[in-house]
Write a protein that binds this ligand. Sequence first.
Ligand code: GH3
Ligand code: MG
Ligand code: MG
Length: 405
Amino acid sequence: MRISRSDGTQGIPHPTASSPISKLPVNLAISRFGIDDDITMLADPLFDVPHSRPLTEFVPFGAGVRLPGSMILADESIGTNTAAPPSSRRPHIEVHPLLRIRPSILVVDDEVLYLELIADILGDEYEVLLAANGMAALEIASIKVPHLILLDVMLPGIDGYEIYRRLKADRRTSGIPVIFISGLGEVADETKGLTMGAVDYITKPINCELVRARVKTQIALKLALEKLTQMAETDGLTGVANRSHFDKTLAYECARHLRSGSELSLILLDIDHFKAFNDTYGHVRGDECLREIARALARTVSRATDLVARYGGEEFVVLLPETDLHGAAVLAEKIRKCIRDLELPHRGSRRGYVTASLGVVSGRLLAGYSSFEMVHAADLELYAAKAGGRNRMSFRAIDRFGLTN
Ligand code: GH3
Ligand code: MG
Ligand code: MG
């Protein structure tokens, strides 16, 4: 049992080295409970967490400072996963009930007094991250993906407008709302910021209540939008990703793998004799069975970059980026066994339990590919698994997606 304790100086920007903030400790720990790879994060000197491991400092020296008591929601697999498209790759995260995750806000200003003042205004309600220059802001934003950014327009070197453009050009940060803060109180300046797409504009000298109120509104909007997005991407019955989200992610991953030249794998899974299951036990039990299978899949597939989705009816897909055929086949076999070992009774199947068949394909993509060639190839393997007697998998390496027609 241990809690990681680091003295916050590691992340202090040079200009604030003498600030009282630098002398306060930051305490963090990440813990995994149980076998499901659920992640629980705690940040408090009072807690001793079993199986915890220290969180590596993600803000390089001189780049930024994290306030004492702030909570970090980041695991190496999430926080540094530059390939992850928004919201699709979040592993199941459970937050200790004693410590609710607070929305995070990145404040960017070269004036240390303003950094401290805004941190003071917002620190009680939010996790506040601070950056004293534009490059540090871009780095922290891409790693932490805060809920909101307060961005000073007048920064040395790259100004706030340019930082804004770069944030919007990066897929990892483009969805973060930005409020500009500026001493330029002219209508033209404000109009420029808002026209670029900033959600609000605050002028210096700042008013504490105004900052609090405007931030509160934008955070509420952001959280509501995140919830809506999550609902739109989730299958209502099983809770895993839905078909439309899978289609989008597949297209994204195919394009990314075409550029990188690395291998992409896909598992297509179909429950055996499911019509007979419904006929025997009714559709309500059928639905419960689908939920059980989805849970088993989510448990077995643990990498943050993998995606489990319901393809339709009693078919599921697992998309495995940067994975070769060997890795995909090992996982598919683990899934097959896990479903069989659930021992869900099925009188309509000669095996007596619910089983599934799986088709697995892996390959590299060539220009001119169609992402659905992959699904089609996995479908052929699934058909082979069914024809071979069900409760099994069939796999094939295809290193020339794009030339299969
Ligand atoms: P096979 O082993 O060849 O896959 O046979 P099967 O019976 O599983 O395949 P078939 O395509 O004949 O039947 C699929 C069944 O899945 C039919 C349909 O009633 C059932 N099903 C599809 N979606 C749902 C659902 O959302 N809930 C329930 N309860 N059943 C569903
Ligand atoms: Mg089917
Ligand atoms: Mg079936």
